[in-house]
Design a protein around this ligand. Structure first.
Ligand SMILES: Nc1nc2c(ncn2[C@@H]2O[C@H](COP(=O)(O)OP(=O)(O)OP(=O)(O)O)[C@@H](O)[C@H]2O)c(=O)[nH]1
Ligand SMILES: [Mg+2]
Length: 317
């Protein structure tokens, strides 16, 4: 049931990408730079669905500088094992970090979570050796950085739950921008003493093209209302058709694949009996399919894996 007329590229309507940027980020960057001298290792968290797209170069070039750097690709539950292997190899070849670890931050037993402490011990061997003078190891300070909503706070909570049970959990949420400012350091391990600084998500300074912006929006690293749910749903539809993946047809019981988002959203809204009543110029009310509701359902299905495990950067591998 392939579509003959699937779009070959995604054209953005007359929207300015620069409008998508929230204002609180440069403050976060400054706070992070100020703390950097006390940091022993940086853990950069990113979304496994976009391992190559949208990583913030400023976090490495300006903030991290020469500190040991672990790249954690979180939400690995949303991509296939094959995509994970391909992304791992590509990133290793590009030497983007000292170590690359894939995690699933909703399960403490995730092998990636268990790998973090031994990896730190390997990278910080000298700092973690027992001092002859004090008879104990130095404290370790880690800073966790990344773009919004990739799971930075979730990772801290997992590490703390695994190695230390006390203390308040870091706030976690499904929308971008939950952690608003640099947080007080939290102890995630007692022996050796390891402290972690949670930071607000810092979006890339400029989105270079429509595809980059739309992939970031599809993964909820930008707030949906800044981009618009209908546009995000259209990008997901475009991407799936381009890749020949039609799982949305069964998920929403559509008759056939389609590359027309208006048609798809109309069918979803009608099948779910979601209408908007809008008053006409002559005072009469008319019912229209609720596109926004349908678009939100479509995006949710993508984000929760209902369309399958989809890595949006598979075309860049
Ligand atoms: N599927 C999946 N969802 C995850 C995973 N880790 C975190 N999440 C979800 O991703 C969302 C964002 O998590 P947070 O930990 O708040 O992300 P953050 O990077 O701290 O976000 P900001 O503070 O807003 O920058 C939440 O809805 C989490 O439940 C994961 O491994 N898999
Ligand atoms: Mg957070």
């Amino acid at each position: 049931m392939a579509i003959k007329l699937a779009r070959k590229s995604f054209i953005l309507p007359s929207k300015e990408l620069t409008h998508w940027f929230p204002g609180h980020m440069s403050k976060g960057m400054k706070q992070m730079e100020a703390k950097m001298s006390k940091v022993d290792c940086v853990i950069e968290v990113h979304d496994s669905r976009i391992p190559l797209t949208g990583r913030n170069p400023l976090l490495r070039d300006v903030i991290t500088k020469n500190k040991p750097h672990i790249l954690v690709l979180n939400k690995m539950d949303l991509i296939t094992a094959e995509d994970r292997r391909n992304a791992h190899q590509k990133l290793l070849n590009e030497r983007v970090a000292d170590e690359i670890i894939f995690t699933y931050c909703k399960n403490e037993q995730s092998p990636g979570i268990r790998k973090i402490l031994p990896t730190l011990q390997k990278l910080l061997k000298r700092k973690l050796s027992i001092s002859v003078e004090t008879g104990r190891t130095s404290d370790i300070n880690l800073m966790i950085v990344g773009i919004p909503n990739v799971g930075k706070s979730s990772l801290i909570n997992m590490l703390r739950a695994k190695h230390l049970s006390k203390g308040n959990a870091a706030p976690v949420g499904a929308v971008a921008g939950i952690t608003r400012s640099l947080q007080e350091k939290v102890k995630i391990c007692e022996n050796p003493k390891i402290y972690l600084l949670d930071t607000p998500g810092i979006m890339i300074p400029a989105i270079k093209d429509a595809e980059t912006g739309m992939k970031l929006a599809a993964c909820a690293t930008l707030k949906d209302h800044l981009v618009g749910p209908e546009l995000i749903a259209d990008y997901i539809l475009y991407w799936m058709n381009k890749e020949g993946i039609y799982s949305y047809v069964d998920a929403f019981q559509l008759p056939t694949p389609s590359d027309d988002i208006t048609e798809v959203l109309t069918r979803i809204a009608i099948s779910q009996s979601k209408f908007l009543s809008i008053r006409q110029g002559n005072g009469e009310k008319r019912s229209y399919p609720n596109f926004k509701h349908a678009a939100e359902q479509f995006i949710k299905a993508f984000r929760t894996g209902q369309f399958g495990k989809l890595m949006l950067d598979s075309d860049l591998m």
